[in-house]
Design a protein around this ligand. Structure first.
Ligand code: HEM
Length: 143
C-alpha cells in the first residue's frame, strides 16, 4: 500500500473526505439557509478542488485497478460497486450545477428556486457515497 510519511494514503483521503463533508454541511446550513451566497460558493469551490485531488488522483485509479475483482463477485463487493456508481452520479450532478451557475453568472431568486431540488438531491447522493466510503474504509482498516 502506498504511503506518505509511513501513513497509508487512504487515511489521508478519509481525513480530506471528512473535512469536505463538514465544509459541505457548513456551506449548506450557514451559506444557503442564511442566504450568505458568498460563503456557500466558497464552500462549493473548495469541495470541487479537494475532490479533484481525492477522487481524481486516488479513488478513480484505485477503482479502475479493482474493477475486475469487484465485478467478478458483485454480491461480495456490492458496496464498492454502489459507492463508485453513486460517487460518479454525485460528482456529475455537482458538475452540472457548477456549469449552470457559471453560464447564468448571477444567482437570481428564480434560479435559486429552480435549482434547489437538484442541490438537495446532490447533497443527499453525496452523503450516501460518503457513508459507503466510510463503510469500505472500516471494512479494510478496522480489525
Ligand atoms: C461524492 C463522491 C465521493 C465521496 C464522498 C467518496 C468518499 C469516499 C471515502 C470517505 C472513502 C474512504 C477513504 C479511503 O478508503 O480512501 C472512499 C474510498 C474509495 N472511493 Fe470514493 N467517494 C466518492 C466518489 C468516488 C468515485 C467517483 C469513485 C470511482 C469511480 C470512488 C472510488 C473509491 C475507491 C476505489 C475507494 C477505496 C480507495 C482505497 O482503497 O483507498 N469514489 N470514498
Amino acid at each position: 500500500m502506498q504511503s506518505i510519511f509511513g501513513i497509508p494514503i487512504p487515511f489521508f483521503v478519509l481525513a480530506i473526505e471528512v473535512f469536505i463533508f463538514i465544509v459541505l454541511i457548513f456551506g449548506w446550513i450557514y451559506g444557503s439557509r442564511r442566504m450568505d451566497l458568498k460563503l456557500h460558493h466558497k464552500a462549493v469551490w473548495l469541495v470541487v478542488f479537494l475532490h479533484i485531488l481525492t477522487v481524481g488522483f486516488w479513488m478513480i485509479p484505485v477503482a479502475l485497478e479493482r474493477l475486475s475483482i469487484a465485478l467478478s463477485n458483485p454480491l461480495l463487493y456490492w458496496y464498492q460497486i454502489v459507492h463508485d456508481m453513486i460517487g460518479i452520479l454525485a460528482i456529475g450532478l455537482g458538475a452540472l450545477l457548477v456549469v449552470i451557475f457559471l453560464i447564468k453568472g448571477r444567482m437570481t431568486p428564480r434560479l435559486l428556486k429552480r435549482t434547489k431540488p437538484f442541490m438537495l438531491l446532490t447533497i443527499g447522493i453525496w452523503s450516501l457515497a460518503f457513508a459507503l466510503g466510510l463503510y469500505w474504509f472500516f471494512l479494510g482498516w478496522v480489525p
